[in-house]
Design a protein around this ligand. Structure first.
Ligand code: PEP
Ligand code: MG
Length: 585
């Protein structure tokens, strides 16, 4: 067996060794097989049987997925159940078999072609995407035409799933079964639904492997290294041993992280700090807390839209918020209202293409344009506010008027809830993201209107330094320790403290070791980050004295470049606290 080593994108860390299970992709037939008149009833019966089996499977999958990974992943199957019950689709299938006297396989293939063309001709991105759902359901019916085939596909053994790509429905169904050791895909990226789900379920995953699905067969041995983004096909014994020991090391490291998670959040000289988690899915809550999160500092609610094919209802929002709030209880959850638009455009929002999306109709600008949609979200947040500690967070505020408008809308929503006797937290804290330089400069004015602020350094740095946060060509200029950035952040933190208001940093900067020390030195006490970085940051902040950080920052603020600042911080901290960077910079 040939040994091949492939490089891809590690999207969920960890190492797994096991046998390949290729997902079977249905290829619709292009052979028109005709039948005789006598066979007609039998063929129609065969189709009805396949439809019935598919229907039952869909109900079962929906219920399993709901029970294991939650409602928000089960909605896909609700949509699929609607498709399989669609009268015109079923009529077309039966009609083709009857009039053309053909096998059901050919009828399904024809109907699929017809629907694909139909959806592709619609000038609406959202409707066009529905073609995948129709193909998904039709392929399930197609497989069920040969029912004997289905039972023997899975032997219940733990396997490594290999596929070209996984549809959200397949990802939810397969990964929630508990028998997937790892995943290796030809396609996909960091923020894909499957990646997020794999991370939250702790399943090592590598994507972007181009053609792995064609290079392996069922039963091949695979090593998936989700930490380094590598996949090894049929590795020799010596390499397997090497990876078994790497896997052991990784597992020990995870245990170490979980140990750190249990330690107190205090600097060496006894100052408290707190570490919160940025999440995108309710499934991430348990992982965040197991890594030491003291709350959910940022729930990026736009992910509710990214997973949905329609605009989510108030109930859909509410279900997700309640789950997070209950799971996090008694710790706080900061729910950020949708930060869509810009690069995070979605067909159901129907935003025209903009010449300059980063400066366009994004986040709160979009919410204030589409107030009914915004009110749906605010209502769901307020309803969830009685289930635990909820705070509302508004993204991309640029001017005072926006906060005033948000407050009016919140009052309006509260009034509507009161009228219906629906409980909510009357004192739900309202905060804004400081991520546009204009808002930063207005911190003294804006902060008086809100209960707290959260500094979004990803965007703040992007707009302040005029460096596109996702453009590799200019990423060398994206410097959190740029003296201008530090001056601006100092200005914001000083004002918040002067006003006695809570201030958090929720951009990636909070998860960077050196930057975290600098932020501590600037007086920051709340850091919110991707959960995986919490132990590292806890470890470094526990290893330094606040007083040292304060002193070092005072000195660093007098320097002229990011590089000088970086060198100064490393040198001074290492001198005083040689163990600070044990977990890496
Ligand atoms: C930020 O801009 O720093 C932030 C946390 O928000 P996002 O990354 O979702 O834009
Ligand atoms: Mg932002």
């Amino acid at each position: 067996m040939e040994y091949i080593r492939l490089r891809g994108l590690g999207v969920s860390p960890g190492i797994a060794i096991g046998e390949v299970q290729l997902t079977e992709q249905v290829v619709f037939t292009n052979r028109k097989e005709t039948i005789s008149g006598q066979e007609l009833d039998g063929e129609l019966h065969r189709l009805e049987g396949a439809i019935e089996r598919t229907n039952k499977q869909l109900v079962q999958i929906r219920d399993n997925v709901k029970a294991i990974v939650g409602d928000e992943h089960a909605f896909i199957f609700e949509a699929h159940l609607l498709i399989i019950q669609d009268k015109s689709l079923l009529k077309s299938l039966r009609g083709i078999i009857r009039t053309e006297k053909v096998r059901a396989e050919w009828a399904i293939s024809r109907v699929n072609d017809k629907y694909q063309k139909l959806f592709e001709s619609i000038d609406d991105e959202y409707l066009m995407q529905r073609k995948y759902d129709v193909a998904d359901v039709l392929s399930k019916i197609y497989k069920n035409l040969e029912p004997t085939d289905t039972g023997k596909k899975e032997d219940g053994k733990e396997k490594i799933l290999v596929a070209r790509e996984l549809l959200p429905s397949e990802a939810a169904m397969r990964l929630s079964k508990g028998n997937v050791l790892a995943v290796a895909l030809d396609m996909g990226g960091q923020t894909s639904h499957t990646a997020i789900l794999a991370r939250s379920l702790n399943i090592p995953t590598v994507m972007g492997l181009r053609n792995i699905s064609q290079r392996v067969k069922n039963g091949d041995v695979l090593i998936v290294d989700g930490t380094d983004g590598e996949v090894l096909i049929n590795p020799p014994m010596a390499i397997r041993k090497e990876f078994i020991s790497k896997k052991q090391k990784y597992n020990d490291y995870r245990k170490e992280l979980e140990k750190i998670a249990k330690l107190s959040s205090k600097t060496l000289d006894g100052y408290d700090f707190s570490l919160l988690a940025n999440i995108e899915l309710p499934e991430e809550v348990p992982l965040a807390f197991s890594l030491g999160a003291e709350g959910i500092g940022l729930f990026r609610s736009e992910f509710i839209y990214l997973q949905s094919t329609t605009s989510p209802s108030e109930e859909a929002h509410f279900q997700i918020y309640s789950r997070i709030v209950k799971d996090a209880h008694p710790s706080p959850v900061y729910i950020r209202t949708v930060d869509m638009g810009g690069e995070k455009n979605l067909p159901q929002l129907k935003i025209e293409k903009e010449p300059n999306p980063a400066l366009g109709l994004r986040a709160i600008r979009l919410s204030l344009r589409d107030r009914e949609l915004f009110k749906i979200q605010l209502k769901a947040i307020l309803r969830a506010s009685v289930l635990g500690k909820v705070k509302v967070l508004i993204p991309m505020i640029t001017e005072l008027e926006e906060i005033k408008e948000v407050k009016l809308l919140i009052e309006e929503v509260k009034r509507e809830l009161r009228q219906k006797n629906i409980p909510y937290d009357e004192n739900i804290p309202l905060g804004v993201m400081i991520e546009v330089p204009a808002a930063a400069a207005l911190t003294d004015i804006l902060i008086k209107e809100v209960d707290y602020i959260s500094i979004g350094t990803n965007d703040l740095i992007q707009y302040y330094l005029a460096v596109d946060r996702s453009n590799e060509l200019v990423s060398y200029l994206f410097k959190p320790l740029h003296p201008s950035v530090l001056r601006l952040i100092k200005f914001i933190i000083d004002i918040a403290q002067g006003e006695n208001k809570e201030v958090t940093v929720c951009g990636e900067m909070a998860a960077d070791t050196l930057s975290a020390i600098v932020l501590l030195g600037l007086g920051l006490r709340k850091f919110s980050m991707n959960p995986i970085f919490i132990p590292k940051i806890k470890n470094v902040l526990r290893s330094v004295k606040y007083k040292t950080a304060e002193e070092v920052v005072r000195e660093a603020m007098m320097l002229k470049t990011a590089q000088e600042i970086e060198e100064c911080v490393i040198e001074r901290i290492l001198f005083k606290h040689p163990k600070a960077f044990l977990m890496g910079l």
